[in-house]
Design a protein around this ligand. Structure first.
Ligand code: PAF
Length: 278
């Protein structure tokens, strides 16, 4: 696997390729890789001639400085995993390589920035679009792969891709879950054994909604889903919503294009998950 730390090294490598013939897939990550990330690499490998993974813990998308400090950075292990799966290129820049001091970014995310993650993590999507724009602009990939777990992020990036007419084919790949249903996340390593058990509530409540979507009314579904969180003092539910899958507007009545999304802190660890309905 080629390993580049600077934009100029990566750019000159990309310039040496015949981009008419070599379809490039980009998998942007913040490292601490797990099976979910590997499924994105595999999806890219199936459909592209060259797969580039980036590992960059992007400071501008962390609205909580502690969260940034605590974010796991097991780069040696990540590189082993990428080598093993046969990823072609790793781009792993330092912060100074990607950002100038006090650099601005004023892309307006719009409605998606006002709901769910946008509402609970002010500035998060400005940071995400800022770095993803830079990565897209640098690599100019034919396709880019993201996980459905960050569903709202996928919609935000899709909107940016359209707004800037970047013409990249974006793919959202299915959530990869542990055997008991917990969505894989780089943050799961922060959970102690009690929290790990409690964290299962996210999937159980989503599954309840999916299994009962036809039978129960929207308000019953939401009430019963929220009740899953009430008896466990380790859980602090931020939101549990049923929304339109394309716009993330909250539904007033059930439709065939819905998604249930949840964010909850488990002890000190904030987790998100979702399922597409019905
Ligand atoms: O989903 C992530 O890991 C990050 O938000 C991304 C897309 C790599 C941007 O930093």
């Amino acid at each position: 696997m080629k390993n580049f730390k600077t934009q100029s090294e990566l750019k000159s490598y990309l310039n040496s390729l015949n981009r008419e013939k070599v379809k490039v897939g980009l998998v942007p990550t913040m490292g601490a890789l797990h099976q979910g990330h590997l499924s994105l690499i595999e999806a890219s490998q199936k459909n592209c001639d060259l797969t580039i993974a980036s590992i960059f813990v992007n400071p501008t998308q962390f609205n909580n400085p502690d969260d940034l400090l605590k974010y796991p950075k097991p780069i040696e292990k990540d590189m082993e995993m990428l080598n093993e799966i046969g990823c072609d290129v790793l781009f792993h820049p330092d912060v100074d390589e990607m950002y100038q001091k006090n650099e601005g970014w004023n892309y307006q995310v719009g409605f998606l920035n006002t709901v769910l993650e946008g509402a609970f993590r002010p500035g998060h999507y400005e940071g995400v679009t800022q770095i993803v724009y830079k990565l897209f602009d640098l690599v100019k990939p034919d396709r880019a792969y993201f996980g459905q777990k960050d569903y709202q992020q996928f919609l935000v990036i899709s909107q940016m891709n359209q707004d800037f007419k970047m013409g990249i084919e974006l793919k959202a790949c299915p959530i990869v879950r542990e055997n008991d249903g917990l969505a894989m996340s780089s943050r799961n390593i922060h959970l102690n054994s009690q929290e790990r058990k409690s964290a299962l509530t996210l999937y159980q409540s989503l599954k309840f909604v999916r299994d009962n979507y036809q039978e129960l009314s929207l308000s019953e579904l939401l009430e019963k889903a929220q009740a899953f969180y009430q008896k466990d003092r380790l859980l602090n539910l931020e939101y549990f919503k049923i929304c339109d899958v394309n716009t993330l507007e909250e539904l007033n009545e059930k439709t065939a294009t819905a998604i249930a999304l949840v964010a909850c802190t488990v002890g000190q660890t904030r987790l998100i998950d979702n399922v597409i309905l019905p």
